[in-house]
Design a protein around this ligand. Structure first.
Ligand code: 5GP
Length: 189
């Protein structure tokens, strides 16, 4: 997706440890027009799949997910990083955060993810695939079908795609970063 690639090269900032900061248009300030183009591209790629719900993780996945839900007229559900005291009947799993270097739980109510669901997961980044692993586990617990996973940016050098493809799930990324060595952004496409 050329618009996205150009934007990453223009506004993305590289940090030591293989971290890319895209606070100017995805993770802090948001560019709704770019987010709409991102949603349209995910929809095009998964056009032949039957989907009845979009799933994501708070917080940065919510923007592309809500755009997709709006355009497809489908509900959007996000896994929460803190368990609300009022939530009962919940699915829960543990995720290791590479950016924060610690484990956290993600939870989702059984009311919003179940055996009748065919879901598409979207998120901002694919790095080592830990969040993806957590989502795969939540869908398995719920008996829901995980039709595919879509990422705005994939860091290919952290190999998260292997986790997803080994689980037999389709993975689509709109921009793939080959390397951030020497704080230089090298895009595959
Ligand atoms: P993974 O679980 O695949 O290892 O990492 C994905 C999650 O970590 C994403 O949801 C994202 O929030 C965060 N993340 C991983 N790498 C980066 C990065 O380079 N920049 C930013 N902003 N977030 C990242």
């Amino acid at each position: 997706m050329k618009t996205l690639r150009d934007r990453i090269l223009k506004d993305g900032k590289c940090f030591p440890g293989g971290i890319l900061k895209v606070d100017k248009f995805i993770n802090h300030q948001l560019d709704p027009n770019l987010m709409k183009q991102i949603a349209v591209e995910f929809i095009r790629r998964y056009a032949s799949s039957e989907i009845n719900k979009i799933i994501t993780v708070e917080a940065s996945g919510i923007a592309p997910a809500i755009m997709m839900g709006f355009l497809l007229d489908l509900p959007v559900v996000f896994a929460k990083k803190k368990q609300p005291s009022t939530m009962s009947g919940m699915l829960s799993t543990t995720v290791f955060s590479f950016t924060k270097q610690r484990e956290y739980h993600i939870v989702l109510s059984e009311e919003y993810l179940g055996p009748k669901d065919k879901v598409l997961f979207v998120d901002d980044f694919l790095a080592y695939g830990n969040a993806a692993k957590g989502i795969i586990d939540l869908c398995r617990q719920a008996g829901a079908e995980l039709v595919g996973m879509g990422f705005i940016i994939e860091k290919a050098f952290q190999h998260g795609r292997e986790v997803i493809e080994q689980a037999g799930i389709r993975c689509e990324s709109l921009a793939i970063i080959e390397s951030l060595d020497n704080c230089e952004i090298k895009l595959k496409y």
